[in-house]
Design a protein. Structure first.
Length: 406
């Protein structure tokens, strides 16, 4: 992909990225993927007239459903849709490269509720473009002129007024796509992506780290994550002694619940699955890992703990949620309500920083006798202060890694 184009001037950095994306797009819609991972290599076979091109390192990264994408430098302008990718950029010390994110105030505020505890780390979300406000806009992608689109081309092809031709056009004319959406729930991709592969959150993060040539940061953070999960899982009680749990959101009108599974595959469950709790709705075969539940069904399940998804975001009020449940004839009978175990959960669109905090949060909410009590959370506050001897991962270590002290 780095070979010269005869009769043309050497590509600029931006042109090089576009050219790489165009080559990828040629095999994209046929489901072209390569499991070879990534490598960093100089161009070979160059003549004495293109020495500069020959000595510039290039990075080739492979991910389904994109295939191989080649970069000659770390992207400086980065388009994201879902905030897990913005989180990844922040974790790699590249948060200032992000030019867009879904509902910036919600996504940015929530991420900063966590980074508040990481010295020198924050996400400057104000003024960022919301890529889903009014629908995904091809014209806006041209205007942003990003170096990479951290979004799934298969997902993009399903958006209103989009098809495979539009996806290919953006890859060729602006910058390559690099994202994987359907691993979130292990859902089936759209037609034409038969070779689609699924990844864990941390596998996906590792691939994004290769795009930025930040493997050392990734590996160091992955070690923190592995230690956190190992610490928790080594102390978990037998399954029969673990609490029954729901992860759900009370509908805006208070009439029903949107409930999610806890332990199934998919990176949307990257914070609950390691905790191994008993899913109160484990037998429900919901499409996409979630379904609607009424009060009677919730009472029949009667979970020990109610994790209210989005409870740490500015989109929901935990005070209002608890009050609605307490005032409801059926909701007030729930054991979790009566025992004050309706607690905030984070965001399912989590990247590595959110994931570390949300795993710790869940461990304390579900197993307070083992990992320390979860402090009371008030609406709008940052992630609560946890006593140093009750923290399940080292904040300063994470801050140092993000800051480049690997």
């Amino acid at each position: 992909m780095a070979t010269d184009r005869k009769g043309e001037a050497e590509p600029t950095r931006r042109e090089y990225l576009k050219y790489g994306g165009a080559v990828v797009a040629g095999g994209l819609l046929a489901g072209c993927t390569d499991g070879s991972g990534s490598e960093t290599t100089p161009d070979s076979g160059a003549s004495s007239t293109d020495t500069e091109t020959a000595t510039d390192p290039t990075t080739t990264v492979s991910m389904s459903p994109v295939g191989d994408v080649t970069f000659d430098a770390a992207p400086e302008d980065v388009f994201t849709v879902f905030p897990q990718y913005a989180d990844m950029a922040v974790a790699l010390g590249r948060g200032d490269a992000v030019n867009s994110v879904y509902v910036p105030e919600m996504s940015g505020t929530t991420l900063n509720h966590y980074t508040h505890h990481l010295d020198g780390v924050s996400f400057d979300w104000e003024g960022l473009y919301d890529p889903l406000s009014g629908g995904l806009s091809k014209e806006k992608l041209y205007a942003l002129d990003s170096d990479v689109h951290l979004a799934d081309p298969a997902w993009a092809s399903t958006q209103t007024n989009w098809d495979e031709t539009d996806v290919t056009e953006i890859a060729e004319q602006v910058a390559p796509w690099f994202g994987n959406f359907y691993s979130g729930t292990r859902a089936s991709p759209p037609e034409g992506y038969d070779d689609y592969e699924y990844y864990t959150l941390w596998d996906l993060f590792g691939k994004v780290a290769q795009v930025f040539d930040e493997q050392a940061r990734y590996e160091a953070l992955a070690d923190v994550h592995a230690d956190l999960v190992s610490t928790i899982q080594s102390d978990l009680p037998p399954k029969s002694e673990r609490p029954t749990v729901v992860r759900a959101t009370l509908a805006a009108d208070g009439s029903q619940f949107y409930s999610y599974h806890l332990n199934k595959p998919g990176y949307w469950l990257a914070d609950t699955r390691p905790l191994g709790a008993n899913d109160a709705f484990a037998e429900q075969d919901w499409s996409g890992l979630w379904g609607t539940v009424d009060y009677e069904a919730m009472l029949e399940a009667d979970p020990d703990v109610f994790l209210h998804l989005w409870g740490m975001t500015p989109s929901y009020s935990m005070i209002e949620t608890r009050k609605r449940l307490e005032d409801h004839e059926v909701g007030s009978q729930l054991s979790a309500v009566q025992n004050d175990r309706v607690v905030p959960a984070g965001m399912r669109y989590q990247g590595p920083i959110m994931n570390l905090f949300q795993i710790e949060m869940g461990a304390k909410q579900l197993y307070p006798d083992l990992f320390g009590e979860w402090p009371r959370y008030e609406d709008g506050e940052h992630y609560p202060d946890i006593p140093a001897d009750e923290q399940l991962f080292d904040r300063q270590r994470v801050a140092n890694i993000v800051g480049g002290e690997v």
